[in-house]
Design a protein around this ligand. Sequence first.
Ligand SMILES: Nc1ncnc2c1ncn2[C@@H]1O[C@H](COP(=O)(O)OP(=O)(O)OP(=O)(O)O)[C@@H](O)[C@H]1O
Ligand SMILES: [Mg+2]
Length: 366
Amino acid sequence: MALKCGIVGLPNVGKSTLFNCLSNAKAQSANFPFCTIEPNIGVITVPDDRLTELERLVKPQRVVPTTVEIVDIAGLVKGASKGEGLGNKFLANIRETDAIIHVLRCFEDDNITHVDGSVDPVRDKEVIDIELQLKDLETVEARLPKVEKTAVASKDPDSKKLYEVLLKFKEALLAGKSARTVELTDAEEKVARGLFLLTSKPVMYVCNVDEASILTGNKHVEALRKAVADENAEVLMIAARTEAEIAELESYEERQMFLEDLGLKESGVAKLIKSAYRLLDLQTYFTAGEKEVRAWTFPKGALAPQAAGVIHTDFEKGFIRAEVIKYDDFLKYGSEQACKEAGKMSVEGKEYVVCDGDIMHFRFNV
Ligand SMILES: Nc1ncnc2c1ncn2[C@@H]1O[C@H](COP(=O)(O)OP(=O)(O)OP(=O)(O)O)[C@@H](O)[C@H]1O
Ligand SMILES: [Mg+2]
């Protein structure tokens, strides 16, 4: 289950710089618009303090964190939906992602070109939103006539549902709203997913600020927060250039010291990855053996067999039962054996809803 987050925004706002903070792969970043053309792809590990604790207790041969894929996409400009800039290709890159990290320039720097001549993240956000909405409108309008026909002619309930969903999206998009603002029932949600609309992907906003604003924020961040207040989306603040410098440092201690000097406990990047995880409704369970302590990503609410399937499809198909220890119990008693003796290991069946932090052991046959 490789999850993909796409970094999206206007040209020259710091997308590649952010990407470089996130991944160790170096993307070309420079002070000119359209520096990035081919998307840069990086696999980043999800920081999780619980893994460190489990490692301390179990002393395994290796530790494997879970990962998220990050794609640094080229800058979008006005007219992208009509092929302006490098339009359609970028939009195709966005379509392949599971979530969008929308980077907004919130730093003043006369030496860094802004494609629209001034720093204004609220305007910039609208430019991007409109392009994505126009593209979605095109998708919706292309589908409507055919779906309408089958919905009327065959009385097929599925195409009728799809038809209704398309109409709802069309109305919202024409009103300048993103598809994600449309309220859908679970059944409608299901058919909507098949449309792969750009503006239905979950989004978070990253305000790229200068080093001086890293703790306090600035007027640009405030303006943006106000503008997106009703979206219920996360707004993060990151000084991308500074963090990119931190990411260059070799040792963990050095990086930690640099952060502390700035007054930060945690890097913006670590915060960002955690938010991305939340945004995608993902949780983590662990397997903890002497060979390997490992974190696994599963969709929130998954039943035990589905969660087992993340490791291997055979685990799901041949699922018999799961032995579960709660993370806090593991920490308290110190080992699987001790948990067992204390009666803290439960045996669960196919209906068990896996919880974040569970330490799992699956029994299955093939
Ligand atoms: N917080 C910041 N403060 C000051 N300068 C910054 C900041 N973040 C990035 N920059 C600078 O802005 C310039 C553009 O950054 P970057 O190449 O990351 O933009 P981009 O969004 O990837 O652009 P493109 O769309 O052209 O690929 C670089 O010179 C970078 O060093
Ligand atoms: Mg770039």
